[in-house]
Every structure is written in C-alpha cells, then in structure tokens.
Ligand binder design. Structure first.
Ligand SMILES: Nc1nc2c(c(=O)[nH]1)N[C@H]1C(S)=C(S)[C@@H](COP(=O)(O)OP(=O)(O)OC[C@H]3O[C@@H](n4cnc5c(=O)[nH]c(N)nc54)[C@H](O)[C@@H]3O)O[C@H]1N2
Ligand SMILES: Nc1nc2c(c(=O)[nH]1)N[C@H]1C(S)=C(S)[C@@H](COP(=O)(O)OP(=O)(O)OC[C@H]3O[C@@H](n4cnc5c(=O)[nH]c(N)nc54)[C@H](O)[C@@H]3O)O[C@H]1N2
Ligand code: SF4
Ligand SMILES: [Mo]
Length: 708
C-alpha cells in the first residue's frame, strides 16, 4: 500500500540525534522509518537500528501488560495485573522499607543515559535514597566530571560547524561512532562528514577501525595506555612551544607547573609504554597544535580503564593549551534553545534532584567516600553490597531500562542479588530480559515510537520533537509511571506536574509553544555563541581552566594527570600474562545492536548472528582456530564463549570481544545469558581511584577452542 502520511520524529534507538520520517499507510499504521534528509542533526542518515524500529516496537515478545510473579523467582510464572494494583504494590513496598529500615534501603538502577534519567534520579533522591545506580562510572561521566573540574563544562567536538567553521584537524581518541551510528548526542555520519572535510585526521585506537584505516595518522596504542600518550603529546606541545600563548596567559591556571610536570614524559618515554613510535607522537602533537581549529572526538575507549579520569584530564589540558576551547570548529559548549527549560548538569547541579537529599542521607550512599568523583552510587559496590550486606543490604530495587547481568561486571553477583538477596524487585523494560525473569513485578515500558517527548537529553544546540506514532495500548512511558508512583508516595514537591503532558507543557512554556505546535516545528535551535569565556571566564573555582586542579589537590589526588599501568597487563602482571598472554578489550560497540538490545530483532540479528571475538589471523592460526570457530575467552575471573573473527588490523596479542550477548530464543529464565557474557570476565578488584571505572578494554585473557 502506498504510504499516505509521513510523521517527522526523532529516533531513540541509541544516543543519536537522528531525525527520522515514519511512513504510515492509509489506516495510519507505521510501515517504514527512513532518515530525514532535511534534518540539520542527521541529514538523512539512518542506521539499521533506526530502520528496525517498527519491527522492534511491534515485536510479538514485547511486554504489553504489568506482570506479577506467582511462582518462585526464576520459575517464569507470571500473571497480568492492572497498573493500579502494580503501582499500589510498589508504593506499599517502597514505603514499608522506607519506614522500617530507611529510604536508602530502596535503590533505583538504570542503564545508559536515557530520556528519563532526570526523572529516575529525581524520584529516588526525592524518596530520600542516595542509591541511584548507573553504569556512568564506565561511561561518559569520567569525561564529564573531569571536564567540570577542569573547564567547568563539557567540551564537545564542533563537527556541525554551527559557527561557520569546521575542524581543520579531528583527533579521534577512543571513539568509533562513525562506524557504530552515534555516541554522546552526536550523529556518527555527521562526524564522518567533518572528518572528510578536515585537512588532518588522527586516530588513537588499538584497533584499525574504518576511520583509522583512512586517517592521515593512526596511533595504534596498546589498550589502556592512552594517558601516557596524552602526556607525551603535552610534552611535545609545551616543549616545542606550540601552545596558544595568549589563551594560556589569559585563561589557564598552573601552566608553569604543567610544563615542569610533563618535562619527563617525552615521546621516547611513551613509545615503549604505548607501542606508538616516538616520531608519530611528535607528528600528532605538531599537527594537533598547529592546525586551527582542531577538535577531539573522545569516546568510551578512554572511559573504561583504571586511568579513565586522569586521561580525561590530560585530554582536556590538550584542548585547552592548544586554544581550542569554545572556538568554532574546536571543542565547544553548546547553547541550547532559550525557549525550553533544559539545563546542562553544570548549570543545574540539582538536575538529578540531589537537593532533596540531606547531608546525612548522602552519606548513606553505598560506597560513599570510596571514589571522590563517582557519579552516584558505584554500580559494582552496590551489587556487592546486596550479597555481603556491607555497609548494609539494600532491600528493594527498581531496574529501569537496564540489563545488568549482561552489562554490569560480575553478572553472577547481580543474578544472586536479584534471585536470593533483594526482598522486592521491579523491572521496567520493553522485553522479558534475564533480569526481568527474576523480578517480582515486571512493567512494560514504551518504545520511542510510542512516546511524545521534548528531546533535550544531550543538551546540544537544538531540541528535537518526538511524536507518538504507535498506540501503546496498556504500555506506559516510564516517566508516567514515575509520576504516578511519586504522587502515591507523597513526593509532590519533587514532581509538581500532574501528568506527562503537563510536564512537556512546562518544559516548553518559555517558548510560547504547546506540544502540538512544537511537534509541528520538529526542532528548536539555540543561538550558538562562541568564546563565552572572554566575557565570563570559566566556571571553575579559579575562573580559569584549571590545568592544575585545585579540587583534586584539596582531595589529596594528583592535581596533574599521571599515567597508571593497567592492573592486568603484560607489564604490570607478567605472572598473570604468562597464563593469559592476550590483551583483552571488551564491548567496542557494534552497529546493529545497542548493548544487550536487539538480539530478538531478526533484521538486526542477521547482521551479527553470533557474538564475536576479533583476533589477529596469525594468533588464530597459532591456536589452530579458523574463522567462525567457537572459542572460550578465558580470564582468571571466568570464561565466555564467542566466535572467532579474524582481524588483521589488530596487534597479534590484542583481542576484542563483543559484549551484551544473551539468547532471547533460548528458554527462560536464563535465555543462555551465562554462555557468552563477557562481563563475567572481570572481578570486582580493579577500579579507577578517582571515578571507579573498570578496565573493560584493557585486561588479559587467553583463548581456548570450544565446542559449538
Ligand atoms: N564489557 C563491557 N560492558 C559494558 C560496556 C563495555 O564497553 N564493555 N559498555 C558499558 C556502557 S558504555 C553502558 S552505557 C552500559 C549499558 O548498560 P545497559 O543500559 O544496562 O544496557 P542495555 O542493553 O542498553 O540495557 C537496557 C535495557 O533497557 C531496555 N530499554 C530500552 N529502552 C527502554 C526504555 O525506554 N525504557 C525502559 N524501561 N527500558 C528500556 C532494553 O530492552 C534493555 O533490556 O553497558 C556497559 N557495559
Ligand atoms: N550501535 C551502537 N551505538 C552505541 C552504543 C551501542 O551499544 N551500539 N552504545 C552507546 C553508548 S552507551 C556509548 S557509551 C557510546 C560509546 O561509543 P564510543 O565512544 O565510540 O565507544 P566504543 O565503541 O566503546 O569504543 C570506541 C573505540 O575505543 C577504542 N579503544 C578501546 N580501548 C582503547 C584504549 O585503551 N585507548 C583508546 N584510545 N581507544 C581504545 C576501541 O577500539 C573502539 O574503536 O556508544 C553509544 N552508541
Ligand atoms: S544512529 Fe541511533 S539515533 Fe540514529 S538512526 Fe541509528 S539508532 Fe537511531
Ligand atoms: Mo555508555
């Protein structure tokens, strides 16, 4: 049937900002999703996840009604209940725990940042519990918090050229969004366009990614050594006086100390550590410092190590001393549209509702004080506490949009917590996941095709409209559920909006538009301004870029970045490397899947039917392994079965294993989650001392043949 109408909306298949067209047939039923060629955020791009949105939203396995467990945990026996009964049960259970033990015994866990993050954080904090648990320690927040300390805001690569200038040099550092679709609120295809336009592209990545293969310079570093590389780049730029003198003099604090600090970190020092030739480090430093403007596409490759926070700091210093902060084509601070009540976390420290917690309640956060810059409750420490009862054992937990047995480390601990230790568990999800199979209550969550939304999650230079094109039936938007529950629990101060549409109306109020008028416009633009520091300085304690961090110094942490060797590496632990000779990276994102999602979507699964471990062909041959062979990836903590994919672009001693794998087609409650879960390969033993990040991309393993 010929499409009879087209609805413009924005995709939420990942963190991207792609605007899309939903083609509907004569009866208004969506039949196809395509990229929107007129979109300034994505220029017609759509990835397979976006194109599969209808298949996902209308999948027969979608959860459609609230369910309550009637058999023992893990029996898979559930019966439908009404929303009213489900909310009443949750309110009664959370309230009982709050009164009997204290609000901190209730926790809310979510996965990656999603449109509801501000409501989930606000809810649990308004309840009086500091235990808001997320994977933020391993994702984005190390960079975000290092930015807050150093610059006062999060610098983002100006690949969109809103100010008319495009980057002359793009340094891609541990980011692969050009190949995976999107990351951090930036469309990978638009980043790719900026790369093609740039005079110079440098890539720091242990893998020969498609971007690295076409770059002017590929620094193929050993996983986990990126801080050493960054320090050597600073050494060259300072030593050869390639820095921006004017910017440093007027806006930076601590340059002399930085110069003295990096004097010893020469490219010759870094070369044996990083395995990048000293001459290549010099060349990269010279290009990055002299190409104007230059930007840095930094990504999750640097977040997942015990050096994540210091690496973030080192890269911020690189952006600063080369004079690339808030210049067109450099590393900018977006100005969001004035007409929408959205603020960046730096502008509104209370965005997660922290103001609702008393200092005593904050101090009760599980893991409080363990890491000075951990964003919220430290995820691994939280799950451990459920088993050990140290410092206390949480009693009730609500998992909103997370599949932690697959995506948090030590899925075995998570599973034991959900099955044996927590008294009351609720899971909100689109599908019955291995975690949902253990829950007492399962709540069906709305897909983005079923949502009306004002999309400002990444606080970029625009706000996008999302419009409901599918009837959700009994399914509810997570935020409607949070509002209803908050009202039942008397949290009206934190949630003054009667329902979701009134919240959207409140967000849009300054613009003078109601939701319908906003949806018709599809997008509102901020008025981008650059070099805002010239008038206002930087929102740090000193008003300058803190090359030497006063906050770190006050907390007794290194105030200038230092390199720390990964705890499991051929250098730091040769005795472990003797039995586990390969360097292990896990979880480099892949185009068809968003983490553990999409395995039941046929069109996506066909693109990657099985979990893969990428291995250099010589290494595979030496082990007698052929392409496609099942192999165990083995570490001192556990093993996971994946399929061999030869990759001649890897170093012979580096392997990369997919994360997030479970098999929805296998019987519940496990759905085969233990078989290929690379997050069973890590103990809870090594963390970044500043932000609690885990070495997910720089550990050690060996490969063993497996049977199919
Ligand atoms: N080994 C290894 N592990 C990693 C990583 C790695 O690189 N290596 N990366 C880490 C990173 S960066 C992150 S962010 C985390 C991600 O960790 P998670 O966020 O736990 O991962 P997802 O698979 O996206 O899980 C989300 C669940 O939410 C459901 N869902 C999707 N949309 C909605 C919604 O709107 N509402 C609700 N209620 N549910 C929804 C999905 O069906 C899915 O079951 O994983 C981390 N894990
Ligand atoms: N298709 C798809 N898109 C996604 C996601 C998804 O699951 N699927 N997840 C979303 C989420 S939550 C996130 S956080 C982003 C992450 O997206 P990105 O920031 O692009 O992160 P990754 O894909 O995890 O890894 C990026 C690159 O870092 C490299 N790397 C690994 N170790 C190191 C190292 O030690 N040093 C350096 N310099 N590089 C290293 C890897 O080889 C990889 O090419 O993607 C988002 N977008
Ligand atoms: S990259 Fe992300 S936002 Fe863009 S179409 Fe794909 S899933 Fe949707
Ligand atoms: Mo992430």
């Amino acid at each position: 049937m010929a499409p009879s109408s087209i609805v413009k909306t924005s995709c939420r298949g990942c963190h991207g900002v792609c605007q899309v067209l939903v083609h509907c047939d004569a009866s208004g039923r969506p039949v196809k999703v395509t990229g929107d060629p007129d979109s300034p955020t994505s220029r017609g791009y759509i990835c397979p996840k976006g194109a599969a949105a209808i298949e996902q939203a209308t999948h027969p396995d979608r959860l459609r009604r609230p369910l309550q467990r009637v058999g023992p945990r893990g029996s898979g026996r559930y019966e439908p209940i009404s929303w009213d009964a489900a909310l009443e049960r949750m309110a009664a259970a959370f309230d009982a725990v709050r009164r009997e033990s204290g609000p901190e015994y209730v926790a809310l866990c979510q996965g990656t940042g999603r449109p509801y993050t501000e409501f989930t954080g606000r809810f649990i904090h308004a309840l009086g519990s500091p235990n808001f648990v997320s994977p933020g320690h391993n994702c984005f927040l190390p960079r975000n918090i290092a930015s807050a300390l150093t610059v006062g805001w999060l610098p983002v690569a100006d690949v969109y050229g809103r100010g008319g200038g495009c980057p002359a040099c793009v340094f891609v550092f541990g980011c692969n969004s050009m190949a995976t679709g999107a990351a951090d609120g930036l469309c990978g295809s638009m980043a790719g366009k900026a790369l093609r336009q740039a005079d110079q592209v440098i890539v720091a990545d242990p893998r020969r990614t498609p971007t690295a293969a076409t770059a002017d310079l590929h620094l193929q570093l050993r996983p986990g050594t990126e801080c050493a590389l960054a320090l050597a780049l600073l050494h060259v730029i300072v030593g050869e006086e390639l820095y921006d003198r004017d910017f440093v003099a007027r806006h930076c604090q601590g340059f002399a100390e930085l110069a003295a600090h990096v004097a010893v970190f020469s490219p010759d020092w870094a070369a044996p550590i990083t395995r990048v030739a000293a001459e290549d480090i010099r060349r990269a430093a010279r290009v990055f410092a002299t190409a104007k403007p230059a930007c840095l596409l930094w990504g999750n490759g640097i977040d997942t190590s015990v050096n994540a926070f210091q690496t973030g700091r080192a890269l911020l210093l690189l952006m600063a001393i080369t004079g690339n902060l808030d210049v067109p084509g450099g590393m900018v601070r977006w100005v969001p549209p004035a007409g929408v009540r959205c603020k960046s976390p730096q502008e509104d420290k209370n965005i997660l509702g922290m103001q609702f917690l008393t200092p005593e309640q904050k101090a009760r956060m599980i893991g409080a004080g363990k890491f000075p810059f951990v964003p919220g409750c430290h995820q691994p420490t939280f799950w451990d506490a459920c088993l050990t009862g140290q410092p206390y054992r949480p009693r009730a937990v609500w998992l909103v949009g997370t599949n932690p047995m697959l995506t948090a480390t030590r899925g075995d601990v998570v599973e034991a917590a959900l099955r044996d230790h927590l008294e009351f568990t609720v899971v909100s999800d689109l599908f019955m996941t291995p975690a949902a199979e253990l829950a007492d209550l399962v709540l069906p969550a709305a897909h983005w095709l079923e949502q009306d939304d004002v999309v400002y999650f990444h606080k970029i230079w625009c706000v996008l409209a999302r419009q409901r094109v599918l009837d959700p039936g009994e399914i509810r938007d997570d935020r409607e559920v949070i509002l209803a529950l908050a009202h039942r629990l008397g949290l009206d101060d934190a949630f003054p909006w009667p329902d979701w549409p009134s919240y959207l109306g409140w967000l849009l109020e300054p613009s003078g538009l109601d939701f319908k008028a906003f949806a018709a416009k599809c997008i509102l633009f901020g008025e981008m301004r650059y070099r805002k520091h010239e008038a206002n300085g930087f929102p740090t304690p000193s008003g300058r870029v803190e090359l030497v961090s006063s906050v770190m110094a006050r907390l007794g942490r290194p105030s200038l970045p230092v390199y720390v060797e990964p705890p499991h590496s051929p250098v730091s632990s040769p005795e472990i490397a003797a039995a586990y000779p390969l360097i292990l990276m896990t979880g480099c994102k892949v185009l068809p899947f968003f983490h553990s999602e999409g395995r039941q979507i046929d069109s996506l699964r066909r693109l990657r039917p099985t979990p893969q471990v990428a291995v250099h062909p010589d290494t595979a041959a030496a082990l007698g392994l052929a392409p496609g062979d099942p192999v165990w990836v083995v570490t001192p903590a556990g093993r996971a079965k994946l399929h061999l994919r030869p990759d001649a672009g890897l170093s012979p001693d580096v392997v990369q294993a997919d994360h997030g794998w479970w098999y929805p087609e296998q019987p519940g409650p496990e759905h085969g989650w233990r078989e290929s879960c690379v997050n069973l390969l890590f103990g809870h033993e090594h963390f970044d001392p500043d932000c609690g990040a885990e070495p997910l991309k720089c550990s050690l393993c060996r490969l063993e043949p497996a049977t199919a």
